[in-house]
Design a protein around this ligand. Sequence first.
Ligand code: UQ8
Length: 345
Amino acid sequence: MHKRLFRDGMLILIVSVLFIQHTHAAQCEYNIINDWGSGFQAEIKITNNDAQPINTWTVGWEYSDGSALTGSWNATVSDSSPYTASALVWNASIAMGESVAFGFTGTNGKAAASVPIVTGDVCNTGSASSAISSSSLAVSSSSIAISSSSVASSVPVSSSSITSSSSSASNGDIWRLDANQSHLNFTTTKKIHIVENMRFTRLSGAISESGSATLVIDLASVVSGITVRDERMKNSLFETSIFSTAVVTLPVDMNALSSIPVGQSLMMNVVAELSLHGVTNDITTNLKVSRLTASTIMVKNVAPIIVLADDYDLESGVETLKALANLSSIGKAVPVDFTLFYNAL
Ligand code: UQ8
């Protein structure tokens, strides 16, 4: 009898300890940063509203409209829907009142990006009602926060129902990248004197009504002129099975943009974020923005943008390429230039 009481007591104690350890009051938000019709960039932000620090986290979400991720950064993300993302060493702990966010890009299952519910032990399970917020980051076009227990089903909410309406596109985009006209090239150097031009052939992106410009580069579309080298760059340098895209985001002064008369150009000094190979860094540069017609703009870099392989955790990949091709050296400073065309929607 005593034994049974003791065993039951222990069971209750273990269950309570597990419950205490696994229940948190973090707010888990799914924010669409940009939605250009065929694809999207989003983030999941975990804000620790609890009275204790969070030591590590894993969250999950699922798309029921066929949307699929193409790349992610600042978390370890699973391969297919339902997705799970777990913390990296450096962003595992979240102090009280602090937030951690990780980002990803994907292809849309429908015309507009969906907003799934974020679940996870770390997410707040105490909130009684759904909380849909339209507050946004400086560059985000929409934002939604739903507590994991607040909506019973996991049916995604269409972003068009929460984004502010736009003149011509339901997802808030008013300019879309013309992938056929746009170019992005980079220049590599090997054995000191051998300089080669390479490019990415699949680009996408948009500029939203709220002034968030996005450029998504499909790293698997690299063309170096030698097929074996393309494969080696995808596998050993960019690691496209893990980091399939490079993403550039920047805020655009929409008043300045709309004030450019047809046939004229404006120089814009911008601070963009480049997410490449799991690392995000700022790029400050000048862009020349030309209004070609009422419905077409062209954006060019004024001077080449120098990307340092070391800044994006690519140095060991460059070393691998050097060994594979038996080269004495490969330069790690890579100038990038581009001409981007956007059409009005
Ligand atoms: C209105 C308005 C203002 C709108 C804004 C619009 C907007 C969004 C604007 C964008 C603004 C902006 C700031 C854009 C930034 C763009 C950038 C910077 C994008 C980054 C692009 C990118 C990912 C570049 C790559 C960077 C990088 C570090 C590449 C490394 C390349 C190297 C070093 C390659 C080495 C290749 C090589 C020499 C290989 C050796 C080799 C091998 C292995 C081989 O197999 C082989 O064949 C057998 C060889 O040939 C013999 C080889 O040489």
